[in-house]
Design a protein around this ligand. Structure first.
Ligand code: SAH
Length: 244
C-alpha cells in the first residue's frame, strides 16, 4: 500500500452554505471583497447542537474551511494560471488560492453577523462570502487577530484587485431592486460583484459592447460593458422549478 493511501482519511461536512451565488461565474475571488454577500451556514446533525457554537459570537470573524465540491472532480495540476497573473502565466498550485488543488480544500475568513439558535438547530449568518450556494463546510474556527492578522508580503496578490469599473443601472433594474423587498442589500451586492469585473482577462481590452448575465439569489442579472462602464440593463426573477 502506498504511503498516501495508508494515510488518507475521509471527512464529513458539518454544514452547508446558503449563498446568493448560484453559479461560479462572477463570484468574488476572495472573501470580504463584497460585504453585501450575505450567507448562512446551516449546521447538520450532530454538529448543529447549540453547544457547538457557544461563545462563537464573541468573535467578529470566522474561518470557514470548506470543500470546493463543484471543481473537486476536475483534479489538479502542479501549475495553474491564476487570474491575478492575467490568466496566461503559470505558477505553482501551492502559490495560489486556486480551486483546482489536491484535496479540494478552501478557506475563507468572513465576518460573523449572527449566531441563530432555533430549538436545537444552530445556524451562523456571515457576510463577505466568496462561496457557492450549497458549499459543504468542513470546519469553522474563530479568526484570532493576534495570530492571524500578520503584517505580511502578499506576493503577486499584494493588494485587493483595483476597481476600475463604474456601475450604472437602467431604470428597469432600479425599479426592480426597489420593488423586491426580500434583500435590502441587493443593489449593493450587484454593485460590489460587478465592480470586481468578472469578465475573463482576455475580454478586458475589448472596446466592443459585451453582454453578460449571472444568477444572484433567484434573480437573473443582465449587464453590458463598454470600455470601463458597466450598465446593469435588466434584473428579473427566474422562474425556478420549486415554484412552477
Ligand atoms: N477564499 C477561498 C476561495 C478562493 S477561490 C480560498 O482561498 O481557499 C474563490 C473562487 O472559488 C470563487 O470565485 C468561486 O468561483 C470558487 N468557488 C466558490 N465555491 C466553490 C465550490 N463550492 N466549488 C468550486 N468552486 C467554488
Amino acid at each position: 500500500m502506498s504511503l498516501s493511501t495508508e494515510q488518507s482519511f475521509s471527512v464529513t461536512p458539518i454544514g452547508f452554505i446558503e449563498s446568493p451565488f448560484k453559479e461560479k461565474f462572477a463570484i468574488p475571488r476572495q472573501p470580504r471583497l463584497a460585504s453585501a454577500a450575505l450567507g448562512t451556514i446551516t449546521l447538520v446533525a450532530p454538529f448543529n447542537h447549540p453547544d457547538t457554537v457557544r461563545d462563537l459570537e464573541q468573535f467578529s470573524h470566522i474561518w470557514i474551511i470548506f470543500r470546493f465540491d463543484q471543481t473537486a472532480d476536475l483534479g489538479w495540476k502542479p501549475l495553474v494560471r491564476p487570474p491575478r497573473l492575467g490568466g496566461n502565466r503559470k505558477t505553482g498550485v501551492f502559490s495560489t488560492r486556486s480551486t483546482f488543488r489536491p484535496n479540494s480544500i478552501g478557506m475563507s475568513a468572513v465576518k460573523l453577523e449572527r449566531v441563530v439558535i432555533s430549538g436545537n438547530q444552530a445556524t451562523i449568518e456571515v457576510s463577505g462570502l466568496d462561496l457557492l450556494d450549497g458549499t459543504p463546510v468542513l470546519d469553522i474556527k474563530p479568526y484570532i487577530p493576534y495570530s492571524d492578522a500578520i503584517e505580511a508580503n502578499g506576493g503577486f496578490a499584494e493588494a485587493a484587485p483595483e476597481i476600475t469599473m463604474t456601475i450604472e443601472f437602467s431604470e428597469q433594474a432600479l425599479i426592480f431592486i426597489q420593488q423586491q423587498q426580500q434583500y435590502p442589500a441587493l443593489q449593493q451586492l450587484v454593485e460590489q460583484v460587478l465592480a470586481q469585473d468578472p469578465r475573463p482577462a482576455y475580454k478586458r481590452q475589448s472596446d466592443q459592447i459585451q453582454h453578460y448575465g449571472v444568477r444572484l439569489y433567484d434573480f437573473d442579472v443582465q449587464w453590458q460593458v463598454i470600455n470601463n462602464i458597466t450598465l446593469v440593463t435588466g434584473i428579473n426573477t427566474l422562474v425556478s422549478k420549486s415554484n412552477t
